[in-house]
Design a protein around this ligand. Structure first.
Ligand SMILES: Nc1ncnc2c1ncn2[C@@H]1O[C@H](COP(=O)(O)OP(=O)(O)OP(=O)(O)O)[C@@H](O)[C@H]1O
Ligand SMILES: [Mg+2]
Length: 222
């Protein structure tokens, strides 16, 4: 489902000096497979997910969704591929502050032109599954960090994306709610999605097909 070959990415420090973050990352994730990526802060985990999810371009290397080399597409086609394939759970949630929790979840469906009553029911079912249905009318600033994270999870999976990329999905959650989200993420993999989770929690690795550590810009298996 997802294949990355030779991903290379550098940033420029404010001083102008290059910061090499990805130095040739290869990764392959099959449908139904859960892959966990660990690594110290600043090692490039979010950068890797952003490149895999077509949110950022690499400087080199390729990303494939099924048999399409999506890294080679133009901007518009890339964003269509993202809409059709990718559910992205951001480390910083990125909920829109002017929309309620439920509206934020439904945003995912609006992007792909699906916003009927069935979608609304599915959104509320997902919110109930992770314990935020009773906060559906709250705006993001009226939600705790962990509630925002759970709402962001619902938005990421609303469209049943074949590829789910989750960046520290339990970073703001207590053990009990973290376990609920991790179970829901494993459920996506069991339902056939290819899933990549970035996490420091050892529990995240439970049920994972592969656990990698990002080190010096490359993935190593521990
Ligand atoms: N836009 C940018 N410009 C310059 N440097 C950047 C930029 N974005 C990230 N970096 C640098 O790239 C490196 C990797 O960042 P990244 O966010 O991918 O790390 P991470 O592994 O996700 O860390 P964390 O665990 O803290 O979330 C960091 O050293 C960061 O300072
Ligand atoms: Mg990060």
């Amino acid at each position: 489902m997802l294949r990355a070959v030779g991903l290379v990415k550098s940033y420029r420090a404010p001083s102008g000096a290059p910061i090499r973050v990805l130095a040739g990352v290869d990764l392959s994730v099959k449908p139904g497979e859960l892959v966990v990526v660990t690594g110290p802060s600043g090692s490039g985990k979010s950068t890797l997910l952003n490149v895999l999810g077509l949110l950022e371009d690499g400087d080199g290397g390729d990303v494939w969704f099924e048999d399409a080399r999506v890294s080679a597409l133009g901007r518009g086609a890339k964003s269509r591929a993202r809409g059709g394939y990718v559910g992205f759970l951001f480390q910083s949630f990125l909920l829109l502050p002017s929309l309620t929790a439920l509206e934020n979840v439904l945003l995912a469906a609006r992007y792909v032109g699906r916003a009927g009553p069935a979608t609304r029911r599915r959104a509320l079912d997902l919110m109930a599954e992770v314990g935020v249905a009773d906060r559906q009318d709250h705006f993001p600033p009226q939600l705790s960090g962990g509630e925002q994270q759970r709402v962001a999870f619902c938005r990421a999976v609303l469209n049943d994306p074949p590829l789910l990329l989750a960046d520290e999905p339990t970073g703001s959650l207590d053990d009990a709610n973290g376990a609920v989200i991790l179970a829901a993420i494993r459920g996506r993999a069991r339902a056939g999605a290819a899933v990549v989770v970035v996490s420091h929690r050892p529990e995240a690795a439970v049920g994972a097909g592969m656990v990698y550590r990002l080190r010096d810009g490359a993935l190593e298996s521990p």
